[in-house]
Write a protein that binds this ligand. Structure first.
Ligand code: S3P
Length: 432
């Protein structure tokens, strides 16, 4: 559980400098999981020390995986192989992390032991039927609260058979849970999804030596796979960089260089959205790290205009809509976000949360069933807003505050440690 604190953010004059955002959260989770399931040693550099990833790390330590911290962001993990995990002696606490709970469900469903997964007050409200259903179809014995739809989850692992699964939601967590179960058993498991969700699992499993086929509309694995320990370098998190991209665009006279950011096409929708809004963002020094594309991002303040956002672009920027709504509040004209119903079941209902918080500062923002409509160009006043315990709401409101007319007090900001422990330090570093 994150600690309770509040922060006051003042209007900024201009933002300048070069920053390195912390490691990608999605990729860090997977590095810990796959290194633990691999045979031999893996060295992971650039790992995010956020609370979510530490939940994943502790879960694997509880199943006998040895981890040595070499430095602040470098970990050496002694993998136990896919058949070497031990039954955890206690309930596994996934904290606030949906990725930990959903991916672990897939891994544990195939392990020959009993385990229980729980989480904080927010995670225990989130839908788990989306992983319980396909895993049960594979033969998993999983019981959950509220008619088998919510955590805590009790998993009596083993006895699975492969399936072909068409997921009703485009979700990397669902796709990964099914593939991670499928990769441990004999036969071919296939997942189809309505839009391509982030493909970090497929990329990293391949990097660890598994054969995973990605195709238009899904992915397929034939198990059991064998993973071999490797050196992994985790790129910077584009979802964390997004706050600084928007800050650089909306605060006049700013220029920021964000170094070493992951630009996987399944994640880089935020760059397309902000460029379509008229934002000046350049991708420099493109390269590849451990199977993931990376670049440095140069952002300069720009006059933004409102746009319409829907369809597959939503999937490619799914975690960035809180901060997109901030950019829209400072753009001329109307921005409409639709096809984004998933925002209602993130760490909080992000549609309701952003309408409440930005609305309190005087933004014209209205909720839609599957998104929101923002009429930009109004100046925002100072005031007090809440974070709803959601890291991305807290950080988005800090960015909005940089361009408000007066100070903004943000309540319950300890949650930023979930994904971005040094967010406030980096903000100060660029002159905020
Ligand atoms: C994630 C997948 C996305 C995303 C979440 C991280 C992952 O969720 O919103 O922050 O690491 O696989 P869904 O799978 O629910 O779309």
């Amino acid at each position: 559980m994150h600690k309770y604190e509040t922060r006051t953010v003042s209007p900024a004059k201009s933002l300048q400098g070069e920053i390195v955002v912390p490691g990608d959260k999605s990729i860090s989770h997977r590095a810990i999981m796959f290194a633990s399931l691999a045979k031999g040693e893996s060295r992971v550099r650039g790992l995010l020390r956020g609370e979510d990833c530490m939940s994943t790390l502790k879960a694997f330590q509880a199943m006998g995986v040895e981890v040595v911290e070499k430095s602040e962001d470098e970990f050496v993990i002694q993998g136990r192989g896919i058949d070497g995990l031990l039954e955890p002696e206690n309930v596994v606490d996934c904290g606030n992390s949906g990725t930990t709970m959903r991916l672990m469900s897939g891994i544990l469903a195939a392990q020959p032991f009993f385990s229980v997964l729980t989480g904080d007050q927010y995670l225990r409200k989130r839908p788990m039927g989306r992983v319980i259903n396909p895993l049960s179809e594979m033969g998993a014995k999983i019981l959950g609260r509220d008619g088998n739809s919510k955590a805590p989850l009790a998993i009596d692992g083993g006895g699975l058979k492969p399936i072909e699964y068409s997921s009703p939601v485009a979700s990397a967590q669902v796709k990964s849970a099914v593939l991670l179960a499928g990769m441990q058993i004999e036969g071919t498991t296939t997942v189809y999804e309505p839009h391509l969700s982030r493909d970090h699992s497929e990329r990293m499993l391949r990097y660890f030596g598994a054969e995973i086929e990605s195709f238009d509309g899904g992915a397929r694995v034939t198990g059991p796979v064998s993973l071999t320990g490797r050196e992994v370098i985790v790129p910077g998190d584009i979802s964390s960089a997004a706050f600084f991209l928007v800050a650089g665009l909306i605060v006049p006279g700013s220029e920021l260089l964000l170094k070493n950011v992951g630009v996987n096409p399944t994640r880089s929708g935020i760059i397309d959205i902000l460029q379509q809004m008229g934002g000046s963002i350049e991708l420099l020094n493109r390269r590849e790290l451990s199977g993931e594309p990376v670049a440095d991002l140069l952002v300069k303040s720009s006059n933004l205009k409102g746009i319409e956002i829907g369809g597959e672009l939503v999937q490619r920027a799914i975690d960035e809509f809180p901060v997109v709504s901030v950019a829209a509040a400072f753009a001329s004209g109307v921005t409409t976000i639709c096809d984004a119903k998933e925002l209602r079941v993130k760490e909080t209902d992000r549609i309701a949360a952003m309408c409440d918080a930005l609305g309190k500062l005087g933004a014209k923002i209205e909720p839609l069933e599957d998104g929101m409509r923002i009429t930009g160009g109004q100046s925002l006043r100072g005031g007090t807003v809440g974070s709803f315990g959601d890291h991305r709401i807290a950080m988005s409101m800090a960015i909005a505050a940089l361009r408000a007319e007066a100070e903004v007090l943000i309540e319950d900001t300890g949650c930023t440690a979930t994904s971005f422990p040094n967010f406030w330090e980096l903000l100060a570093q660029i002159g905020a």
